[in-house]
Design a protein around this ligand. Structure first.
Ligand code: C2E
Ligand code: MG
Ligand code: MG
Length: 747
């Protein structure tokens, strides 16, 4: 498999800054290292230089010692009365050599290679070479040099008893020659001899070994005569002037303390440098890695923040702007239209026939349809337009800066056509259409949100006109529809702000005369209109889907209250909750009921669900299945408003219900209308034959009560006993009527 090249991630500005800072710091420290190294070299060179100067001094001292020594020895032997008598003129060889006064010991003790005596005619009369007496050698022959001038100088200096001294080169090596004329040395017993006296010559040849030894005695190593391999100009060197030619250069190996110091310190310095380079590299990498990590988490936090903002302003399913963002955009579009003098259009799109998809297939499928609808709408509008989801199957389109009504109508037509195209989701073919309400404005409107309400009213008109079409908002739209639209929005607000209340109406057992149950009834006090009847807002909530959150709230509240009553020892056998057919048919309904019971630790038979006949007429099979599940759980089921649905009596045989509630309209005239009385008697009798309990609703008068008691209606509910009341009042009422040991009753 070919490997794709991997490139290091490019550095951010922040990371580049960190790297540059570290590099600068490191550069600075490297510079310091370099300067430190240079300083070390300079110190080392100075150490070497002062060491050289010191050795030069010692070499000079060594040479001086040698010359001083030969001159002293010469003085001792030449200015000595015995030597004057025995060596001046005829040589007393016996005295000189045999008795070793001027014999081998001069070589052995002083290492003088040559010892000569030259008479007044410059003829060699005595010669000892390397400690051997040599009759055959003359001074000139041995030296291969003419030193007459030196002899003459010695004779001149004799008077003052001084020694003549010179250095000559012997095959490149220095040779020290000391000469002095013999004198009596001031000895009064020695007789002066006439004529020119003899001269004593001592030769100290500084060969390699002797030079090296002279150096060693002063701690100088390898003192030698410079050879060809030595650099003529390199220090240290000592130049010796010679009598017979070019000066002789002496060299030696001075100690190099600087080199030694460098030898020790440089490796340490380089090691330190390497360690420092490694640490710098490690630090750079670690810091960059930490910076990358910090940047990554910073980016992640920013991304998360952006995501949160997006989530707060967009619908999670379709990704379209949600209501708050839509409102913001609408206000802005109005402002822009006002300032630019243009127009904007608002469309409210509500899908037709979407609920059956959710109910009959699945929510997943319904969601996919919504996503696809959103995509189709986005494909139609221009980049500056807004498509938002209001919730459920309702969308809003804002078209800022539209030219005229014709342009808006064209877009509405396209939306209708594209939405109506078939949808294929998971091999299932689905069709939905849309009803579109359209409104146009010049932006000069006090409350931009009013445009949404107007579009909503227009959309309702489109629904009424047969769906799958667009309708324009006109001032002629019925006040009732307009109000209804407003009411929907207000109800949503009431749901969102928990502004609803739950009241309870007791149901009285006609036999025991005690409270057998209580029906939970929603109460909504509208901030402007005052109390709004549930008979009015519940049907609206059913069409908008708001009924689901509403019922969930009612269920939870009713169960919680029953739990509180039970915990407080107040006897209420059962609580009844009204259920809409749209909710009952949802797949999640049974688990919802179970969850509410579990949450408040209630037995299933403490909950009664009231359903109307309509659900059984429209969706008998699915409803039946759900009802069986509820029955199996132990939940009680009641048919509410029995008799108004004109339904087939047949279903009563198969329904797993416990109770029938006779609608108020039949109770109304039982105490004076023979027909009502007959119908009522028939229903009671039929229910009892089917083993069902029966409740009469809307009992207002005593005559009604008496009739119902006489005809063995099981439970009675109506203003005669109690109107719906809040929970606190219910508590005191039951406390009063259902005491453990008294027989107080309402009948
Ligand atoms: P319903 O379930 O048949 O409730 C009985 C209605 O009759 C209640 O009206 C109650 O106040 C009224 N009523 C009781 N006794 C008398 C009486 O003696 N005389 C008269 N004239 N009326 C009496 P309400 O509370 O206005 O409720 C109306 C309908 O709204 C209810 O009829 C029910 O269908 C629906 N509803 C109320 N609350 C809920 C709820 O939480 N969920 C659902 N789905 N529907 C609810
Ligand atoms: Mg009811
Ligand atoms: Mg009813």
């Amino acid at each position: 498999m070919p490997l794709s090249p991997s490139y290091p991630e490019p550095l951010t500005t922040h990371q580049r800054y960190i790297r540059q800072s570290i590099m600068c710091m490191s550069g600075l420290l490297f510079g310091l290292f370099f300067i430190g190294g240079l300083a070390l070299v300079v110190v080392a060179l100075q150490l070497n230089s002062s060491s050289r100067e010191q050795t030069l001094f010692y070499v000079e001292k060594a040479v001086e010692l040698r010359s001083d020594s030969i001159m002293t020895v010469m003085g001792d032997y030449a200015f000595w009365g015995d030597a004057y008598e025995r060596m001046n003129g005829d040589i007393d060889v016996d005295w000189a050599y045999t008795r070793n006064n001027l014999g081998a010991h001069m070589f052995e003790s002083f290492e003088y290679e040559g010892l000569f005596v030259v008479n007044g005619n410059n003829i060699t009369t005595y010669a000892v070479i390397d400690g051997e007496l040599r009759q055959d050698l003359t001074l000139d022959n041995w030296l291969k040099q003419d030193v007459v001038s030196l002899l003459a100088e010695a004779r001149q200096l004799a008077e003052d008893e001084e020694v003549a001294f010179a250095v000559i080169a012997d095959q490149g090596h220095p040779m020290m020659i000391a000469t002095a004329a013999f004198t009596s040395g001031g000895d009064p017993y020695v007789k002066e001899m006439p004529g020119p006296g003899s001269v004593l010559v001592m030769v100290d040849r500084l060969g390699p070994a002797k030079l090296a030894a002279a150096g060693e005695s002063f701690g100088i190593s390898q003192l030698r005569v410079a050879n060809d391999s030595d650099d003529a100009n390199a220090p240290p060197a000592l130049r010796l002037d010679v009598m017979n030619g070019e000066p002789i250069t002496l060299r030696w190996e001075p100690p190099q303390p600087g080199d030694t110091m460098l030898m020790w310190l440089f490796p340490i310095l380089i090691l330190g440098l390497l360690v420092f380079a490694y640490i710098t590299r490690f630090n750079l990498r670690a810091t960059l890695a930490a910076a990358r990590k910090a940047d990554a988490s910073h980016n992640e936090a920013r991304r998360f923040q952006a995501e949160l903002v997006f989530q707060a302003t967009h619908d999670s399913l379709t990704g379209l702007p949600n209501r708050p963002l839509l409102e913001e955009r609408l206000k802005q579009a109005c402002l822009d239209a006002q300032q630019a003098g243009g127009h904007l259009a608002v469309m409210l799109i509500d899908l037709d026939g979407f609920k059956p998809i959710n109910d009959n297939f699945s929510h997943y499928l319904g969601d996919q349809v919504l996503v696809e609808v959103a995509k189709r709408m986005l494909a139609i509008v221009r980049p500056g337009d807004t498509v938002a989801r209001m919730g459920g199957d309702e969308f809003i389109v804002i078209l800022p800066g539209v030219a005229n009504e014709h342009a808006v109508s064209t877009i509405a037509e396209r939306l209708l056509a594209d939405i109506a195209d078939p949808y294929q989701i998971d091999t299932i073919d689905l069709r939905v259409t849309a009803s579109v309400g359209v409104v146009m404005s010049d932006g000069d409107i006090e409350q931009p949100l009013q445009l949404i309400r107007q579009a909503d009213a227009a959309m309702y008109q489109a629904k009424q006109e047969g769906r799958n079409n667009a309708s324009w908002y006109t001032r002629g739209l019925s006040q009732q529809e307009y109000e209804m639209t407003q009411l929907r929005n207000d109800l949503q607000h009431a749901i969102d702000t928990h502004a609803l209340e739950l009241h309870y109406q007791p149901q009285v057992d006609s036999g025991t005369r005690k409270v057998a149950g209580a029906e939970a009834l929603l109460r909504w006090s509208h901030p402007v209109r005052g109390p709004v009847s549930p008979a009015y807002f519940i049907p609206i909530a059913e069409t908008t889907g708001q009924i689901i959150p509403l019922t969930l709230w009612v269920l939870d509240t009713a169960c919680r209250h029953l739990r509180e009553l039970t915990d407080a020892g107040i006897a209420l056998p059962c609580i009844a909750v009204n259920i809409s057919s749209t909710h009952l048919l949802r797949a999640s309904f049974v688990p919802t009921i179970q969850a509410a019971l579990d949450k408040h630790r209630l037995r299933a038979d403490q909950l009664e669900l009231e359903i109307t006949e309509t659900v059984l007429m429209d969706h008998a099979d699915r409803a039946l299945d759900t009802l069986h599940q509820l029955k199996n759980m132990g939940v009680k089921l009641a048919i509410d408003d029995f008799g108004v649905g004109f339904s087939s009596m047949n279903y009563l045989k198969v329904l797993p219900i416990n109770k029938i509630k006779i609608d108020r309209s039949f109770i109304k005239g039982i105490d004076h209308n023979a027909q009502d009385a007959a119908i009522c008697q028939g229903i009671i009798s039929m229910a009892h034959h089917l083993n069902l309990r029966i409740t009469a609703e809307g009992v207002e008068r005593e005559g009604q009560r008496d009739f119902l008691v006489k005809n063995q209606c099981d439970e009675l509910q109506g203003y005669l006993f109690a109107k719906p009341m809040n929970f606190t009042d219910l508590c005191s009422l039951i406390n009063q009527l259902n005491p453990a040991s008294t027989d107080a009753d309402l009948i």
